[in-house]
Design a protein around this ligand. Structure first.
Ligand code: PLP
Length: 394
């Protein structure tokens, strides 16, 4: 099996598995308990907090642990919205191709009286900081724009957007779930006030993540209960998962430069190979994208059929985000970069990691070429395109 769906989730690293299993066995006490057993768990928890904070340029007190990226996104956005509302500011700026954890939270806030401006992400899948600046109003309380897109991998100019927000005195939240552990990021240098991350996107366990909130940015809790996480997130902490997340992040950061160099080389080999397919196009900017992300549209085919046939050939890929696969709606990300419905349906996302070999990349290229040709062989849309009844777009 060739795993090329790292944007959906990553396999846990061996070091993270070791840390997690050892803590499940040794650190199982409740960190809120006062006896020794609880205090040992508490120490593991605080050690993980320190490690994670240090790796992104934050202070330990600025990190709270959550159940993952979605929860961190929800809490960050809702907190900023509530702070804004208290000051009579109910306008939020975001982009059209955010993750649903962001977009659906914004939809809910609209129903509660907030106004949301979704910025254009252009054909290349990149938000223009000057357009962020132009969209900021007197009543803007939050800008939430992701660091890197989960479907097309484009990297946003988050430092520049952060600088604009600082200058205009507006809070800036970054969904950095795809970026943390993969590209350099530092909350101070990058002018970030709130940041969401998720362990399972950087070889940590699922169901655990963290939210960074800059000192002075008040958080409100989504989950009421005990006083864990300084009263900001109730519920007994997932100590083993949190410690494994810290381990995975440490490892990802240490290997980042070397891994990114290799993965980028493999990515570009994939892009070159797939570009030979007629009437195909890469989605998103060719350079300013995550090292491991390749996303193509092939005219005249259905992405779902392509995925099933690739699965038969031992390749795990995706047609967009894991959250939308299973639904027949085309990806909102591909629509946002201007792909029309028909074309957006024929998409393929390959997100590779450092374990991919050159032979595997070549195998993927060959398999995709053959499968696209095979599917076009009996596609009515392709027949119409070939006969001139319909016009090619790509
Ligand atoms: C995966 C992902 C999320 C959701 O994270 P979970 O930990 O799975 O809840 C949010 N944003 C982006 C960009 C993602 O890729």
């Amino acid at each position: 099996m060739i795993y090329a769906d790292n944007a959906a989730t990553t396999r846990m690293s061996e070091a993270a598995v070791r840390r997690m299993t050892s803590l499940i066995q040794e650190g199982w006490g409740n960190p809120s308990s006062l006896y020794r057993h609880g205090q040992i768990a508490k120490e593991y928890l605080e050690q993980a907090r320190e490690e994670i904070a240090g790796l992104i340029g934050a202070q330990p007190r600025e990190i709270i642990f959550t159940s993952g990226g979605s929860e961190a996104d929800n809490q960050a956005i809702r907190s900023a919205a509530l702070l804004g509302k208290k000051k009579g500011k109910q306008h939020i700026i975001s982009s059209a191709f955010e993750h649903h954890a962001v977009l659906h939270t914004l939809k809910a806030l609209e129903k509660e009286g907030f106004e949301v401006t979704l910025l254009d992400v252009h054909e290349n899948g990149i938000v223009d900081p000057s357009e962020v600046e132009a969209a900021i109003r007197e009543d803007t309380c939050l800008v939430t724009i992701m660091a890197a897109n989960n479907e097309i991998g484009t990297i946003q100019p988050f430092r520049e957007i952060g600088a604009v927000c600082r200058q205009k005195n507006v809070l800036y939240h970054v969904d950095a779930v795809q970026a943390v552990g993969h590209i350099p990021l530092n909350v101070i240098e990058d002018n970030i006030d709130l940041l969401s991350a998720s362990a399972h996107k950087f070889h940590g366990p699922k169901g655990v993540g963290f939210l960074y909130a800059k000192k002075g940015v008040r958080l409100f809790n989504l989950i009421e209960g005990g006083a864990q996480e300084r009263g900001l997130r109730a519920g007994t902490e997932n100590v083993a998962g949190i410690a494994a997340m810290a381990e995975a992040l440490k490892e990802s950061m240490a290997g980042m430069q070397e891994n990114a160099k290799y993965i980028t080389k493999m990515r570009d080999r994939l892009i070159r190979g797939l570009s030979e397919i007629p009437h195909a196009a890469l989605n998103g900017d060719a350079q300013r994208r995550l090292p491991g992300n390749v996303n193509f549209c092939f005219e005249g085919i259905e992405g779902e059929s392509l995925l099933l046939l690739l699965d038969d050939k031992g390749i795990c890929a995706s047609s967009g985000s894991a959250c939308t696969s299973g639904s027949l709606d085309p990806s909102h990300v591909l629509l946002a970069i201007g792909r029309i419905h028909d074309v957006a349906h024929g998409s393929l996302r390959l997100s590779i990691g450092e374990d991919i070999t050159e032979e595997e990349v070549d195998y993927i290229i060959q398999a995709v070429k053959e499968t696209v040709e095979y599917l076009r062989g009996f596609s009515p849309v392709w027949r119409d395109l070939m006969s001139g009844k319909k016009e090619f777009i790509l």
